[in-house]
Write a protein that binds this ligand. Structure first.
Ligand code: ARG
Length: 257
């Protein structure tokens, strides 16, 4: 039988136990001790990041690369967050993700708000049309009067806006799946997008690359502005990987050869 005194004692013992557990940090599960790198991407950009058609899992060159980088930098695993391309930098700034890897071009404007790793890939902008299209482009001026599809917030979109302005009609899409659909449906005449991805599309869909605009872009991994500690770790890991046989294996896996 419980007396009032015993109950008070039991309550006291219980609170001490709870406090002890909380103080030791053991109240959380063992797995929360894992070091997780939260990665933002926009998985519509094959072969860098895309959803595997059979499993729906996000895969690609960038995904393998960031896993290798994270491992070298002392992380136990990565957690991938997929979002629209133009949400990536805001997600980094607000702390929703620790890094962004998304075939993202290092630009002076972006460098004002985030920090980039050393470059790991090069790209230009390609002009893509339907395979049966008779559109010809031998200089960017030939795009005048065209309806051009781009992905929102990309360097392709910026190029069209800044260099072609009102001489064209630009349609912005949240992702290349929708942009490609618009091209195939005839809602746009051409797409302007990164050359490595355009080349990948030509092998999978009824489209062709008819012109390349030499924009000389370099992809980098982005971290929050001033996050030197993480940036240094990423650069060190990236440098090791790019100078090891793993790099050629990774390139061969996603680009063939
Ligand atoms: N390189 C271009 C840019 O930085 C396009 C990147 C698009 N990436 C993507 N995962 N959708 O603007």
């Amino acid at each position: 039988m419980c007396t009032k005194g015993n109950l008070v004692l039991a309550g006291f013992v219980a609170s001490v136990l709870i406090l002890a557990v909380a103080a030791s940090g053991c109240i959380t599960t063992g797995t929360s001790k894992e070091k997780v790198l939260v990665v933002g991407t926009s998985a519509d950009f094959p072969p860098f990041e895309y959803k595997d058609p059979s499993t729906g899992n996000i895969t690609g060159f960038d995904m393998d690369l960031i896993k290798m980088v994270a491992q070298k930098a002392g992380y136990d695993r990565v957690e991938i967050k997929d979002m629209d391309f133009d949400s990536l930098i805001p997600a980094l700034q607000t702390g929703k993700v620790d890094v962004v890897i998304a075939g993202m071009t290092i630009t002076p404007k972006r460098e004002q708000v985030v920090d980039f790793s050393a470059p790991y890939w090069k790209a230009d902008q390609a002009v893509v049309v339907r395979k049966n299209s008779d559109i010809r482009v031998s200089s960017p001026d030939d795009l005048k009067g065209k309806v051009i599809g781009v992905e929102k917030g990309t360097t392709g979109a910026l190029y069209v806006k800044n260099k072609l302005g009102n001489s064209v009609t630009m349609k912005e899409y949240n992702g290349y799946v929708a942009a490609l659909q618009a091209l195939l449906n005839g809602q746009v005449d051409v797409l302007v997008l990164d050359s490595p991805v355009a080349n990948m599309f030509t092998s999978r869909y009824n489209v062709k690359v008819i012109y390349t605009i030499q924009t000389n872009e370099h992809y980098g991994i982005a971290v929050r502005k001033g996050n030197k500690e993480l940036l240094n770790k990423i650069n060190k890991a990236l440098n090791e990987i790019m100078n090891s046989p793993d790099w050629n294996k990774l390139v061969a896996k996603y680009f063939g050869g």
